[in-house]
Design a binder for this molecule. Structure first.
Ligand code: PGA
Length: 250
C-alpha cells in the first residue's frame, strides 16, 4: 500500500491585495515552524497579480506557490490570458484547473479543461484538477457518473501521480458551510480511486485526492483523516491565518 503525503492547498480566489497577503503569509510562516515538511506539502494559490509578491515572501520556506488557471495555448493573440509557459517562467509549481467557478462563470467545458491540462503538463506544471457534482446532479443520484465523466474527459492520457492531483469539490459545498457526511466523502473518494485503478493501478494508489468545499478548522480533522482523503483544497478558511494553520496542523 502506498503512503501518500498529505497536501494542504489554499485557493485564495479573487481576494487580497499586497498588504493583506503580506500579513497573512507572515502569520502563516510564523505558525508553521513546527510542521514537518516530510509528512505534509503546502501549496498557496493566489491571484495572478499576487504570484510574484507571494513567491518572494515564501522564498526558502516549505510552502509552494500555484496559480488558479492557465490558457491552453503557449502564446498568441489571447488578450488578458496567461499561459502555462508564462507561469512556469515565473517559477510557480502548480496550477488549479477545472474549478467549478471557471466551469460556471467562464463556461469551461471538459474539453477546455483537458486542453489546459495538456498545456500545463507540457510546461511541467503540476495540475490540481477539480471535479464535482452540482446539487441537482447529486439529488438525481448522478454524482459518480458526473465525476467519472469529468475525469475521463478532462484528463489527458499522460496524467500520473507525479504531475496531477485530483480535488473532489462538490459544487454545492463550496462556500456554503455545508459538506457531505464523512461517509459520503470517503465513499466518493474511494470510487474516484477505483475508477482511476480501472485504467492504471499504480497511478490510482499513488495519486492524491483532495477534498474541497467548506473545509475549515472545525471539520478538518475528521475529513482529513479519512482513508482516501489525501489533503484539502481550501477557499474561505485559507484567508484566515488561524483557520488555515489549524487545518495544516490537524
Ligand atoms: P471553500 O472553497 O473552502 O470556500 O468552500 C473551496 C474551493 O472553491 O476550492
Amino acid at each position: 500500500m502506498s503512503i501518500r503525503k498529505k497536501l494542504i492547498a489554499a485557493n485564495w480566489k479573487m481576494n487580497l491585495n499586497k498588504d493583506d497577503s503580506t500579513s497573512l503569509i507572515n502569520s502563516i510562516l510564523s505558525g508553521i515552524s513546527s510542521v514537518d515538511p516530510m509528512n505534509k506539502d503546502i501549496l498557496i494559490c493566489p491571484s495572478f497579480t499576487l504570484l510574484s509578491h507571494v513567491m518572494l515572501l515564501l522564498k526558502g520556506s516549505i510552502i509552494n506557490v500555484g496559480a488558479q488557471d492557465c490558457h491552453f495555448a503557449e502564446k498568441g493573440a489571447y488578450t488578458g490570458d496567461i499561459s502555462a509557459l508564462m507561469l512556469k517562467d515565473l517559477g510557480v509549481s502548480s496550477v488549479i484547473l477545472g474549478h467549478s467557478e471557471r466551469r460556471l462563470f467562464h463556461k469551461e467545458t471538459d474539453l477546455d479543461v483537458c486542453n489546459k491540462v495538456k498545456a500545463a503538463h507540457k510546461s511541467l506544471l503540476k495540475v490540481v484538477l477539480c471535479i464535482g457534482e452540482t446539487k441537482e446532479e447529486k439529488d438525481k443520484g448522478l454524482t459518480l457518473s458526473v465525476l467519472k465523466n469529468q475525469l475521463d474527459n478532462s484528463l489527458n492520457c499522460e496524467f500520473n501521480a507525479e504531475n496531477t492531483v485530483i480535488a473532489y469539490e462538490p459544487v454545492w459545498a463550496i462556500g456554503t458551510s455545508v459538506t457531505p457526511t464523512t461517509q459520503e466523502i470517503q465513499a466518493t473518494h474511494s470510487a474516484i480511486r477505483e475508477h482511476i485503478a480501472s485504467k492504471d493501478k499504480t497511478t490510482a494508489s499513488n495519486i492524491k485526492i483532495l477534498y474541497g468545499g467548506s473545509l475549515k478548522a472545525s471539520n478538518a480533522k475528521e475529513i482529513l483523516s479519512l482513508q482516501d482523503v489525501d489533503g484539502g483544497l481550501i477557499g474561505g478558511a485559507s484567508l484566515v491565518a488561524d483557520e488555515f494553520l489549524s487545518i495544516i496542523n490537524s
